[in-house]
Write a protein that binds this ligand. Structure first.
Ligand code: SAH
Length: 562
């Protein structure tokens, strides 16, 4: 198969990233912009030995599930990879992704899937958007903003993203023309120069509060007060939303991480308020807040239902952010202990609980995996035992040591809220497998579509304790004495092999894996380590395989994710 070759292919399946999968002449084709059921003419973009990447040149026979994308930039923008698939089929696709991961990575059969929670109107649902700023390539002196094209940092100029409120376009136009007028340069990733990096807009959909935060490569923004006046002239917007906060965020690092740690107010306090499920929440630019408020309420209600609370339970809410789930849990539990690593989020959480009149929530700034180790809770309530543990980690999932701590703590139920089905499956395997401490059974799995049009999916799982733990303990677990790199937290060669085969469609040998492990300083068995004779050189692992193995090793916690 050659680059630019045109191939007629029927799309039989879709990858987790939303590419269509088809077969032709012994090759597997991963076709961008094709949906399951299409017959397309595909142009090969990257041929490999046994498979090839391609993109749709022409749809010959459209799938019955194909729809015209609502956004004219849907194909070039990396965000909405499912916009050409009917919403009904997007939901089916996501259900399959969750089930497939639990089966293949988690090793579960008979996954107790429950119907995915979809949206009535799957557009304009986002309350937060981060727009990168750049210099226009076409018009010198002009700035551009929008979204990155898939897998690149090229900015596609999109002011009115159909996932975000329409008013964002006015805000972006005002910021950009102000910068052009005042010759304020956009940040350039290649040279690390320029000032304006990103424009973050966050809004409380219920409150109507709008926060605008400019992320800058410096500590000062020229004529910031004047820009604030121009922005404030837009407010109130046609729908009644009001700009309540304008601030700067300092990020002088040469990194892909969008936000720096420091927030400098320009207008109003550096936070806004919103309400969810009858509670009021204060949200700072640095704090995590779910982006789809309509679905968030459904997600949290599902998590609370799965927690099975009667009013007498002690609940841990790990990775609690600004304490939103903790609030929902607190209505039905005796005590709730929230843990979160971002200090600003915990300040928000405490302030929120006080404002909402909750007296049974307690919040701690810490890494979830460190809490038990350091005995944080013990200082406050000695020998406390959690009845339910809720975890809601970021995409990389839970730290393996935390999963072992949970087994040692032995709560009756674990509710796992996940935004990445692969790490969810990996973590559930640890909670439900052989090993020390309590063992869990996967009882309920309910996906929730928090991110329509994109390939992302949120899932809530209920795990119930199977057998009484042998070494049931209270919170003080000395993790130093536990071997957190125990066999069960490490993927076997077969798992890495299987995962790579599944995701990339090619085979990696045990030797390849051993070579990559050795590269990362993970001690290897003798026979994989050394060439057979000293003067005979082994071929190195091809880059493509090496990258796939590294991705798998990150997923399986064998090497750090960052
Ligand atoms: N449950 C919250 C937040 C979920 S997002 C909500 O629904 O709004 C995941 C959160 O985990 C983020 O707030 C992030 O800052 C936090 N986090 C990331 N790594 C962490 C760690 N190791 N320990 C504790 N919190 C962490």
């Amino acid at each position: 198969m050659n680059k630019n070759e045109l191939i007629k292919v029927r799309i039989e399946d879709m990858t987790h990233d939303g590419e269509g999968i088809g077969h032709s002449g012994g090759f597997t084709l991963f076709v961008k912009d094709a949906v399951i059921g299409d017959t397309v003419l595909a142009r090969v973009t990257r041929p490999k030995k046994t498979y090839a990447y391609a993109r749709v040149e022409q749809v010959l026979e459209p799938s019955p599930d194909r729809v015209a994308p609502a956004c004219p930039k849907a194909r070039s923008c990396g965000g909405c990879r499912l916009q050409e698939l009917s919403y009904e089929q997007q939901l089916a696709f996501k259900t399959n992704v969750v089930k497939g991961n639990l089966e293949r990575i988690g090793g579960f059969s008979d996954v107790p899937m429950e119907p995915i929670i979809g949206m009535e109107n799957p557009f304009r649902y986002r309350n937060k958007a981060q727009y990168p700023a750049g210099s226009s390539k076409k018009e010198p002196g002009k700035l551009t903003t929008g979204f990155y094209a898939g897998r690149t940092h090229d900015i596609i100029d999109i002011r009115d993203c159909l996932l975000a409120p329409q008013r964002n376009a006015d805000i972006l136009r005002t910021v950009l023309s102000f910068c052009e007028k005042n010759r304020i340069p956009a940040y350039d990733e290649a040279s690390g120069t320029g000032l304006l990096r990103h424009i973050l807009i966050r809004e409380g959909f219920h409150s109507g509060d709008v926060l605008i935060c400019l992320i800058i490569n410096g500590r000062k923004f020229p004529k910031a007060g004047q820009l604030a006046d121009e922005l404030l002239a837009l407010s109130p917007f046609a729908d009644g939303a009001v700009i309540k906060s304008i601030c700067l965020n300092v990020n002088e690092k040469r990194t892909n991480v969008i936000l720096g740690n420091e927030v400098l107010p320009v207008f109003g306090p550096p936070f806004i308020f919103d309400t969810l499920g009858g509670f009021s929440f204060r949200i700072s630019p640095l704090s995590f807040y779910q982006v789809n408020p309509v679905q968030t309420v459904k997600l949290y209600n599902t998590a609370v239902e799965f927690a099975g609370l009667t009013g007498s339970e002690t609940v841990f809410d790990l990775y609690c952010g600004i304490g939103t789930i903790s609030h929902f849990l607190a209505r039905k539990a005796k005590e709730v202990y929230g843990v979160e690593i971002v200090p600003e989020a915990i300040l928000d959480a405490k302030e929120n609980a006080a404002r909402n009149g909750l007296t049974n929530t307690h919040f701690f700034t810490a890494a979830a995996e460190d809490v038990a180790k350091r005995g944080y809770f013990d200082e406050h309530t000695p020998l406390m035992h959690p009845d339910v543990i809720v975890v809601d980690p970021p995409r990389k999932g839970c730290d393996a040591s935390l999963l072992h701590t949970i087994r040692a703590l032995s709560p009756e139920r674990v509710v796992y809220v996940s935004c990445d089905p692969a790490t969810l499956a990996r973590d559930l395997k640890i909670l439900c497998g052989e090993g020390d401490g309590a063992r869990y059974e996967l009882r309920r799995v309910r996906p929730c579509d928090m991110f329509p049009e994109t390939v992302h999916v949120e899932t809530v799982c209920l795990l119930s304790k199977l057998s009484e733990a042998k070494n049931h303990i209270s919170v003080k677990v000395d993790m130093d004495e536990m071997d957190v790199t125990a066999a069960e937290s490490k993927a076997t060669y077969e798992e890495v092999q299987e995962w790579v085969q599944e995701k990339y469609g090619f085979h990696v040998s045990h030797l390849n894996i051993a070579q990559v492990k050795r590269k990362h300083g993970i001690i290897e068995r003798e026979n994989y380590n050394k060439p057979k004779s000293d003067d005979r050189r082994q071929p190195g692992c091809p880059t493509e395989k090496e990258q796939a193995i590294e991705e798998a090793m990150k997923l399986f916690h064998m090497i750090p994710a960052e």
